[in-house]
Design a protein around this ligand. Sequence first.
Ligand SMILES: Nc1nc2c(ncn2[C@@H]2O[C@H](COP(=O)(O)OP(=O)(O)OP(=O)(O)O)[C@@H](O)[C@H]2O)c(=O)[nH]1
Ligand SMILES: [Mg+2]
Length: 196
Amino acid sequence: MGSRPVSDDDVYLNEAVQIAAKILVVGHFAVGKTTFIGTMSEIPPLRTEERMTQAGAHVDDLMGTRGKTTTTVAMDFGRLTLSERLVLYLFGTPGQERFVQVWEDMTRGALGALILVDPERIKESFPVIDLVEHYGLPYAISVNHFDGTPARPDAELREALDLLPETPIVTCDARDEKSSANALMALVRYLQERTR
Ligand SMILES: Nc1nc2c(ncn2[C@@H]2O[C@H](COP(=O)(O)OP(=O)(O)OP(=O)(O)O)[C@@H](O)[C@H]2O)c(=O)[nH]1
Ligand SMILES: [Mg+2]
């Protein structure tokens, strides 16, 4: 087919094009992934919550998660329109090792990951960070403080998590919309800078 001259209509169509970006929200057990997507999604989030039983207590360490009665068994999904041109599709992906197969599918086509970290459970974040790096996804760290935990300086966390100097690190309360949006924007800005 021959090419035709660009018309005003084409320009209008180009401006109307929306970019859909797939973003993963990941982190260890009970760090706030489902809460984060629920806070951020403009549509009722898709959840795959199941009740936890005492029989599973040896599988998922329930320390520090008193009161938690359900866990995500497959994924969370939500959508957030950032602008006329940019829509984020948020996929919450469980961090436990038994979900590694899920990561194969989840990481396909993803632009980046927001890794939620509880500073009191740093070690539990290592396998998750390893997985994100294994799949070559750029990421930002969202530090979710749980009630009563002391704040730790960013520099200390950066060292403990062995982050690159350019990796964004932001404090976030996944229950709070403004705070969660701030964390997500840190990732989006980072992704945009990398593609410039
Ligand atoms: N203080 C505080 N509590 C939070 C935060 N995010 C989540 N929570 C609470 O932590 C508990 C666990 O949150 P979830 O969203 O279920 O965590 P999850 O990562 O989806 O858990 P799994 O799917 O089981 O791995 C809930 O009771 C939340 O209300 C946060 O940023 N700060
Ligand atoms: Mg969950």
